[in-house]
Design a protein around this ligand. Structure first.
Ligand code: PLP
Length: 475
């Protein structure tokens, strides 16, 4: 393909993308394919001779689309949203064209510098305290990670390294490996499984603490775990608090947990993967009360802030913690400016990194703070409207109130009724939702996800749910 052929193909692809998204409502949200469907549709080997663009293009509808779950369908209500917007897609095209690998400042100065400034813009936009921002001239700063799971692992590894350094300084005679084997971290029964996984990857035990009946991790639960584990020779060092949990979008009280963490020298990582985007709206800032006590804070603009995957924003109060944890400095990565600008390779697990801050820049400029607030408020309002509609049917109950863009509901009675209901709905494929368990109660999660979802879609989803409920209840 030469540049003129690319121009024509790119125009065709842009038209296809626009038509795909503008008409996505007409596609069944869940595909009907069986595992292994794709191999049968394409040759066993790569072609010996290059093919025409047209033959490749035609295979998008033939091979790919039958197996796509349409995350941007207005009827996609599973998991949490994944971001999507025209300006973010434009940024990714440019990022692909520049095609730099921005592991250090010199590797592409604009890639590093725009990221530093965008993380400050974004931090200010969500009301993060200045101590997390690079522009204040302190030790704070932000970086774009790939995912919230990565951010959790990075936070845990930084905390582990910081704690071991302190312990080694206090007890030089002790073996570091033995000290490391005594470390213990905490998450809650509502935390994302990424916390447990970070522990497995880092080789430390993550103890899952119980939440209260409102699904919050409370200071007394944390305190008694610290006391018990310390008495058993363990060394507590890391806590994950969640603002907007995955099962029910509940919020841990970081104002209550923060002082416990600070008093016991535990690193506090705040995971706001989904709900963090809502902090562009001032009315939700109260959830962040006490965040200045945290060591790291993370949310995914690629979930709910109209930025395409991947873009997970993470801030440190003291970036030295992360830089000193992962710093290796081979000669081929050294450069003359490494003391005057961040080299983000030290802030993350991989070496290479894409130019992801372009997406933040284009999205924040295109929508403006007001546009982003309007978007979040509209989605939350749609969730409230869905709740009202379904609540009018007294066969349903809501074990927790709607939170942000998420409504958790179930059929009154045994868990198995709601399990059967969800299975039927997903098999029909018009609306896609997933379940969760709140302690022992099975619930169905309805998350407003797509930027295309309108009131009429929510009404149609509600009707679809009620229609399937008729069959379940009469059976
Ligand atoms: N934390 C929370 C609260 C989440 O809801 C999720 C995913 O939905 C994650 C972490 C994991 O996110 P990621 O896919 O970015 O690792």
């Amino acid at each position: 393909m030469d540049s003129e052929q690319f121009r024509a193909a790119a125009h065709q692809m842009v038209d296809y993308v626009i038509d795909y998204l503008d008409n996505i409502r007409n596609r069944r949200v869940l595909p009907t394919v069986e595992p292994g469907y794709l191999r049968k549709l394409i040759p066993e080997e790569a072609p010996e001779q290059g093919e025409t663009w047209q033959s490749i293009f035609q295979d998008i509808e033939r091979v790919i689309m039958p197996g796509v779950t349409h995350w941007h369908s207005p009827n996609f209500h599973a998991y949490y949203p994944t971001g999507n917007s025209w300006p973010a897609m434009l940024a990714d095209i440019l990022s692909d064209a520049i095609g730099c690998v921005g592991f250090s400042w010199i590797a592409s100065p604009a890639c590093t510098e725009l990221e530093v400034v965008m993380m400050d813009w974004l931090g200010k936009l969500i009301g993060l305290p200045p101590v997390f921002l690079a522009s204040t001239g302190g030790k704070g700063g932000g970086v774009i990670q790939g995912t919230a799971s990565e951010a959790m692992l990075v936070g845990l590894l930084a905390a582990r390294s910081k704690t071991l350094k302190r312990l080694k300084a206090e007890h030089p005679e002790k073996d570091e490996k033995i000290l490391a084997s005594r470390l213990i971290a905490y998450s809650s029964d509502q935390s994302h499984s990424a916390a447990e996984r970070a522990g497995l990857l880092a080789g430390v035990h993550v103890r899952v603490l119980p939440t209260d009946d409102q699904l919050h991790l409370r200071a007394d639960a944390l305190q008694s775990a610290i006391k018990e584990d310390t008495a058993n020779g363990k060394i507590p060092f890391f806590v994950v608090a969640t603002l907007g949990t995955t099962p029910a979008c509940s919020f841990d009280d970081i104002d209550e947990l923060g002082p416990v963490c600070n008093d016991h020298l535990l690193w506090l990582h705040v995971d706001a993967a989904y709900a963090g985007s809502a902090f562009v709206c001032e009315e939700y800032h109260h959830y962040m009360k006490g965040v200045e006590r945290a060591d790291s804070f993370n949310f995914n603009p690629h979930k709910w802030l109209l930025v395409n995957f991947d873009c997970s924003a993470m801030w440190f109060k003291d970036a030295d913690d992360i830089v000193s944890a992962f710093n290796v400095d081979p000669i081929f990565l050294k450069h003359d400016h490494q003391n005057s600008a961040p080299d983000f390779r030290h802030w993350q697990i991989p070496l290479g990194r894409r130019f992801r801050s372009l997406k933040l820049w284009f999205v924040m400029r295109s929508y403006g703070a007001q546009g982003l607030r309007d978007y979040i408020r509209k989605q939350i309002h749609l969730a409230e409207q869905f709740h009202q509609m379904l609540a009018a049917d007294d066969r349903f109950e809501f074990p927790v109130p709607p939170s942000m863009g998420l409504v958790c509901f179930r059929l009154k009675g045994e868990n198995s009724l709601s399990e059967r209901l969800l299975k039927r709905i997903n098999e029909a494929g018009q609306v896609y939702m997933i379940p969760a368990k709140l302690h022992e109660t099975y619930i169905i999660r309805f998350a407003v996800c797509s930027r295309y979802t309108e009131l009429s879609d929510v009404q149609a989803s509600c009707e679809e749910i009620r229609r399937h409920a008729n069959d379940i209840v009469s059976a």
